[in-house]
Ligand binder design. Structure first.
Ligand SMILES: [Zn+2]
Length: 242
């Protein structure tokens, strides 16, 4: 029997996208839903962004995932991304304690016969929010530590930033802005599968949502797409758009 996983990233508080993802997630044979960072809405005008994100998590996300868990019983794995303020981690942790989902940043959990691990931090950007930025050197150290917690060849890594110099990290100008340490990690450890986001426009600009580095498949589905795959057969991977 297939064991389907769904992966979506950079939902940025878009309720339409969440509803679509969780509707698919309730389907037969779905084992897990993975949400790869930038979960809460981003305010582009002046305002209390921390409070805005907090209220989104508290009044939409947690009740919705409680309802999803109760009705479907499926596993949800999620993590914050660079646009999710760290100050709200406590609200998210309340949901985790309640058993609604697992927060996978720098952690490893079982997913069928495989493992799932997460990494929220990104390489440095010119943007204002610095909560989840680290130097390439620190990213490298973190990933080596994470790799020791499970066999990378049997682990799916959800890493918010994409690997540098691939089809997954291209911005509108054509520049590649991914992480060199993430690329090195993939090339050296050859994980089972890596899932990325952060650069919403990359699949559209590069024309590809999938990249192969050595024997590892890496995916950035972009915003408003859901990656659907059987965790035991990566040839089944396809993208569904919202
Ligand atoms: Zn984003």
């Amino acid at each position: 029997m297939p064991e389907i996983a769904l992966f979506a990233t950079d939902l940025h508080g878009d309720i339409h996208e969440y509803e679509h993802l969780l509707e698919l997630g309730s389907g037969k044979n779905v084992k897990a839903v993975i949400i790869g960072g930038d979960i809460s809405p981003f305010l582009t005008v002046l305002g209390d962004i921390a409070l805005y994100q907090r209220e989104f998590i508290e009044y939409y996300l947690l009740p919705r995932l409680r309802d999803f868990k109760q009705k479907s019983g499926k596993d949800v794995f999620l993590m914050m991304g660079n646009d999710d303020l760290k100050v709200n981690r406590d609200v998210l942790e309340k949901g985790e304690k309640e058993g609604l989902f697992r927060i996978i940043n720098q952690k490893v959990y079982r997913l069928g016969k495989l493992h799932i691990a997460g990494y929220s931090f990104i390489n440095e950007t010119p943007f204002m929010l610095k909560d989840w930025e680290k130097s390439e050197n620190d990213i490298k150290k973190d990933l080596l530590a994470l790799a020791k917690k499970s066999d990378p060849k049997r682990t799916i890594y959800s890493m918010h930033a994409p690997p540098l110099g691939t089809a997954l990290d291209v911005i509108f100008s054509g520049e590649h802005v991914g992480s060199s340490s993430i690329r090195e990690f993939i090339e050296e450890k050859q994980p089972y599968l890596t899932l990325h986001g952060h650069i919403h426009e990359s699949p559209q600009v590069s024309g590809h949502w999938k990249e192969v580095l050595g024997g590892t498949i890496s995916v950035n589905p972009g915003k408003q797409n859901v990656l659907v795959f059987d965790i035991n057969d990566l040839n089944t991977m396809k993208l569904l758009s919202v």
